[in-house]
Design a binder for this molecule. Structure first.
Ligand code: C2E
Ligand code: MG
Ligand code: MG
Ligand code: MG
Length: 281
């Protein structure tokens, strides 16, 4: 129903705008403070190899522990941080914290696994490889412990520039995976041009397995394409044994999802790791 009075609808519209802008500004200044106050925290979700059930990696996922609101999921502040540029500081903190944690695990003598950090397009700049190298060196963390997850939106920027950054990261021995694969808009030709190690099938496709024929077809196609390109492939958001069997049949290498574990705080993750996940033959 359209409002017949143009003045009134304009008034309503700008009121909404103000509300939206106020919300954004409140969250932004809150997030800025959260960074300074140590209110950000990383959770860790394990990744398993399908054939062996071996733990092969983990993903670091940020949360905001707001004293007033409790645990705020990244979906409620990462998009805003991306649009304001604050994601750069958030990302610096995440990389630092993830490497510090991985170094503790490395020194505790745990068998090595890759800890993946999500990197937004705005963080993927020419200074990133040097910062990654410096952080690894500072914590004396072996590069084989680290992986960066990027999305297709990162690849859509200047090709030469992005390739150079990826090559530099690869030369350090840090792995690269393509997150939320299949949801972006870029062409598939980049898959043969960029040094990518792993494709991550987006949760939106995993969810439809095995009931939705389209999701099954898409997931199956991503797996076989990855195989033919010599890439590893992981499905995110695996919640049921039916999804797991379908992915196993398809030849998918790895899985991540609530079927195995939700993202956990570091100490819970380490406890499960020692008590359950390291015992698998
Ligand atoms: P993502 O990188 O695709 O991470 C996977 C998301 O799926 C996580 O949500 C994870 O908790 C969730 N998930 C995993 N398995 C399951 C499952 O079986 N069922 C369901 N329902 N969900 C599952 P989360 O932690 O809320 O993170 C959401 C997104 O926020 C991430 O998606 C990523 O894009 C972004 N994000 C999180 N941490 C960071 C960060 O440190 N930096 C940046 N730039 N982005 C981050
Ligand atoms: Mg991710
Ligand atoms: Mg993902
Ligand atoms: Mg996703």
């Amino acid at each position: 129903q359209l409002d017949a009075d143009p003045d009134r609808s304009v008034a309503f519209y700008s009121q909404d705008m103000n509300q939206g802008m106020q919300d954004r500004m409140r969250i932004e200044s809150g997030l800025r403070q959260a960074l300074g106050n140590g209110e950000l925290i990383l959770y860790y979700q394990p990744k398993f190899e399908i054939g062996t059930d071996r733990l092969v990696g983990a993903e670091a996922l940020v949360r905001w522990l707001d004293p007033a609101r409790g645990i705020v999921p990244p979906g409620e502040f990462i998009p805003l941080a991306e649009s304001t540029g604050l994601i750069v500081q958030v990302g610096e903190w995440v990389l630092e914290q993830a490497c510090a944690q991985a170094a503790l695990w490395q020194r505790a003598g745990l068998p090595p696994f890759r800890l993946a950090v999500n990197v937004s397009a705005r963080e993927f700049t020419a200074s990133l490889p040097a910062r990654v190298a410096a952080t690894l060196a500072r914590y004396r963390l072996d590069a084989s412990w680290l992986e960066l997850e990027i999305t297709e939106s990162t690849l859509m920027h200047d090709f030469g520039r992005v390739t150079a950054i990826m090559d530099d990261i690869h030369r350090l021995g840090v792995a690269l995976s393509l997150d939320d694969f299949g949801t972006g808009y870029s062409s598939l030709s980049y898959l043969k041009r960029f040094p990518i190690d792993t494709l991550k099938i987006d949760r939106s496709f995993t969810t439809g397995i095995p009931g939705d024929p389209s999701d099954c077809a898409i997931a199956g196609t991503i797996v076989s394409m990855a195989q033919q390109l010599g890439l590893r492939v992981i499905a995110e958001g695996v919640e049921t044994v039916e999804q797991l069997s379908f992915l196993r049949e398809s030849g998918c290498d790895e899985v991540q999802g609530y079927l195995y574990s939700k993202p956990l705080p570091a100490d819970d993750f380490e406890r499960s790791l020692r008590e359950n996940w390291l015992l698998v033959a």
